[in-house]
Ligand binder design. Structure first.
Ligand code: FEO
Length: 398
């Protein structure tokens, strides 16, 4: 018996990852349900470890491996992705088990060297390469920029298991391993959040990969990503692939996102009237006051939104810092085909609205109607201008 145990997922594949129940901030992405770092062991004449775990979880992973085999029996390690939530334990793992080889994509070998400056020689694998190691046949597919240059998939041909690293993942800590054992609404929520915050900038590449997938003629029994539950029924595999396809195609809803911050409540008044104006025009709306909202939740809602409105007071000739933070974050995520406008309040000069418009234009957000910029406290007339703005923007979706 060991302190942690592996979970069997097929005759020859075991989950030997780690559950991070505590994490709430994953490089700026709020992970309210924690996450898992999935690593997998393929048993056979020459056992293989697929990915490792974040460095603090090394001992958990090793204990799970020990519950199945002596770790020094592992002959090979495959690194599908060099980001440190999957490679952080790699140096200690190599030092402990002394594998014969570590395989990674060409870019993966370079990225692992740049991260860990290891002496251990790593072996590059090629895109679309099939490799037979004794009784195990594996196939490698590079998935460059999904979401790092090094990213690749490994397909275990004998049992139809696709190890898809970050692709088709979600941040969701659970000791229940398979998606079909979970509440679908939670999977929908966390899968959406993951795509919005990690994959959005790469949607054209996601679409290309998903369109190529049927041509690969994989006999998929299980899709095993590096975070969250595994997909093991044909319905579940189709479900998550179709969700990804819809997001990659930029499918939109009649939905507006309004985020803002405020100093003395004036910008709050403008935001609430604009939101009410959207509702009056049959547009669903999510309002995010930045005093109580996280940037990654805003990104999640923007994934399927059609409209973005942003509000800020002017402070020392600048945007309110929280607004600048979210604008910077979502600019990198490259949400396509948004329309919208900006609003805000000021005391003696209203630089914030122009600054926000510049940012939205840099994001290719099409500005509709006139911004609302009011001095100190809004009059009834200013609030009516907010309602008119909501109608003008809504009319664009007819
Ligand atoms: Fe889960 Fe890109 O690391």
């Amino acid at each position: 018996m060991t302190s942690f145990e592996a979970i069997k997922i097929t005759d020859r594949v075991y989950w030997v990852g780690a559950i991070d129940w505590a994490i709430r901030d994953f490089h700026g992405y709020s992970t309210s349900r924690g996450t898992t770092y999935n690593a997998f062991l393929i048993l056979g004449q020459e056992p293989i470890l697929i990915d490792t775990v974040k460095k603090p979880f090394f001992h958990e992973m090793m204990a799970r491996i020990r519950s199945v085999i002596d770790p020094t029996k592992i002959r090979y390690i495959i690194s599908n992705h060099a980001e440190m939530d999957h490679s952080g334990s790699l140096p200690e793992t190599i030092a402990t088990i002394h594998p014969q080889k570590v395989f990674a994509s060409k870019m993966g070998v370079a990225a692992l060297r740049d991260h860990f400056h290891l002496d251990f020689p790593m072996t590059e694998v090629k895109h679309d390469e099939t490799m037979t190691l004794s009784d195990t046949t594996i196939h490698f597919f590079e998935t460059r920029m999904l979401h790092w240059p090094d990213s690749m998939f490994t397909y275990f041909v004998n049992e139809g298991v696709l190890f898809s690293q970050d692709a088709l993942s979600m941040h969701f800590a659970s000791s229940i391993l398979f998606a079909d054992q979970h509440d679908r609404s939670v999977l929908q929520e966390e899968a959406t959040k993951y795509y919005a915050n990690i994959l959005s900038p790469y949607s054209p590449l996601v679409l290309r990969l998903l369109n190529q997938l049927p041509n690969l003629k994989l006999d998929l029994k299980i899709v095993a990503p590096d975070h969250g539950p595994l997909w093991r029924t044909p319905q579940d595999i189709d479900w998550i692939i179709q969700r990804w396809k819809n997001w990659a195609e930029g499918k939109k809803q009649r939905k507006a996102v309004v985020f803002y911050d405020t100093m003395w409540g004036s910008t709050t008044q403008l935001a609430n009237v604009i939101a009410d104006g959207f509702l009056a025009n049959n547009i669903s709306v999510k309002v995010f006051p930045l005093s109580s909202s996280h940037r990654s939740d805003i990104a999640t809602e923007l994934l399927e939104a059609s409209i973005l409105c942003v509000g800020s007071p002017t402070i020392n000739q600048q945007l309110f810092p929280t607004v600048a933070d979210v604008l910077c974050y979502i600019k990198g995520l490259k949400f396509p085909s948004l329309i919208g406008q900006v609003f805000g309040s000021y005391g003696w000069a209203g630089e914030a609205t122009k600054l926000m418009q510049t940012e939205l234009q840099a994001m290719q957000v099409k500005l509709i109607g006139e911004s609302v910029s009011i001095k100190y406290v809004p009059t009834e007339e200013a609030l009516l201008a907010c309602r008119t703005l909501a109608k003008t923007i809504s009319d664009q979706l007819q």
